[in-house]
Design a protein around this ligand. Sequence first.
Ligand code: IMP
Length: 196
Amino acid sequence: MDKKIVFATNNKHKLDEIRSILDASYTIVSMDEIGCYEDIPETAHTLEGNALLKAQYIKTHYGYDCFADDTGLEVRALDNAPGVYSARYAGESKDSKANMQKVLKELENQMDRSARFRTVIALIIGRKEYLFEGVIEGKLIDEARGNAGFGYDPVFVPEGYTKTFAEMEIDMKNKISHRAKAVEKLKEFLDEKRLD
Ligand code: IMP
């Protein structure tokens, strides 16, 4: 019988992506579908902390096994900023262009332009908590290129590639991305668990 797991998001793009990957093994349910319309506060200071906060909220208030994700851009020369603050780096309006401009400004005189995207997924099954991480290393260029994707995609070139994430086909990005890697680890874990 299919097992139900709540994904603590209402982001349709993320739901579609995860459903296509976990497909046969689990029924993935959104927050809407369990009647949860809260904007769960992300008040932790790490990606791990925020992912756990969201998953714990669902477990505590609704009782379901669940998982949640959090992602950040970590720039080496900026001591891993913006990191957990990536969405609001240039202010509460969550403006992607302003966020990119701020990062590029801060990197203006830096030789080291290396950066990485890091996704953390927190999973709660029963009373146990598990964390999965996906990382893609790369570098930041000094001018935005490309129209696909979102967030910092136009200024990020993954290692081994010449195109930015925003210049790649979405399928290509989704194959190599930080999120894809974290989700792959989650899938492996859930697949093994089914065999127990
Ligand atoms: P979230 O945790 O997935 O909501 O991501 C937080 C923030 O990180 C987003 O608002 C974006 O600024 C940035 N971000 C996350 N994933 C990506 C990505 O795949 N490309 C570019 N920026 C991203």
